[in-house]
Design a protein around this ligand. Structure first.
Ligand SMILES: Cc1cn([C@H]2C[C@H](O)[C@@H](COP(=O)(O)OP(=O)(O)OP(=O)(O)O)O2)c(=O)[nH]c1=O
Length: 209
């Protein structure tokens, strides 16, 4: 059993999908990027902060999983839009171009914190201003990094994807499965995934995973 330190229904569904027994304990953390902060490092910092906050809030009995998703383009970090204008600005910037979606995942446990991440290149089609406005009005973009949801109507905009679809939705399944397996946490149907050594910048406090 683990705790998922997240209010995201997508993360809940994705963790459920891979059969990891969990309870949900959302945490509120300051999501303000530091000046000049690199998008991947920002996502990793927030994932660690969410996992640590979950562990602190729950007394440290169970391993706690935290995650963070950001969209990056032109060196900018696009998080969840604060309002309509910001969402339309984000969509206009992403229109017809390639951007990168980083999702960092952290597992806080008794011996420290392990991390992993997914990096996905997404190409969006050119978006008509009327479509962008109607899309905002649908309500879908409001709680999503970059103001679109690939798993919803936003999927209509995605011309090409290179990387992790589940990572774009909020929890990269392959990377998360390996992170958990490394700590002996397996799907309910059991089995131990092989541990080859590919990762994209995740680190462990105690063994260099
Ligand atoms: C790009 C993209 C993002 N998203 C979502 C994933 C994340 O839930 C959200 C980015 O915000 P996050 O701050 O990563 O997560 P959250 O606030 O939803 O949940 P919590 O911090 O409590 O864990 O955007 C999609 O659902 N689909 C997409 O295509």
């Amino acid at each position: 059993m683990i705790l998922l330190a997240s209010a995201s229904p997508r993360r809940r569904e994705l963790l459920h999908q891979i059969g990891i027994p969990h309870r949900v304990h959302p945490v509120a953390v300051d999501e303000t990027p530091r000046s000049g902060e690199d998008p991947a490092r920002y996502a990793a910092r927030l994932a660690r902060t969410k996992a640590a906050a979950g562990r602190a809030a729950t007394g440290g009995g169970l391993p706690v999983l935290g995650a963070d998703t950001v969209v990056s383009i032109d060196g900018l970090i696009l998080g969840k839009p604060a309002h309509r204008e910001q969402a339309l600005e984000m969509l206009a910037r992403l229109s017809g171009r390639v951007h990168v979606v980083y999702t960092a995942v952290a597992l806080a446990h008794a011996a420290g914190v392990d991390e992993t991440c997914s990096t996905t290149r997404v190409t969006l089609a050119e978006l008509d201003p009327g479509v962008m406005a109607a899309y905002w009005d649908s309500g879908e973009p409001a709680d999503k990094a970059g103001a679109y949801g690939i798993q919803g109507r936003g999927g209509l905009f995605v011309r090409h994807l290179e990387g992790s679809y589940s990572g774009v939705v909020g929890l990269p399944l392959f990377e998360t499965g390996r992170l958990l397996a490394h700590r002996g946490i397996h799907p309910v149907w059991g089995g131990t995934p092989t541990a080859d050594s590919e990762s994209c910048g995740g680190r462990s406090s105690d063994d260099g995973y």
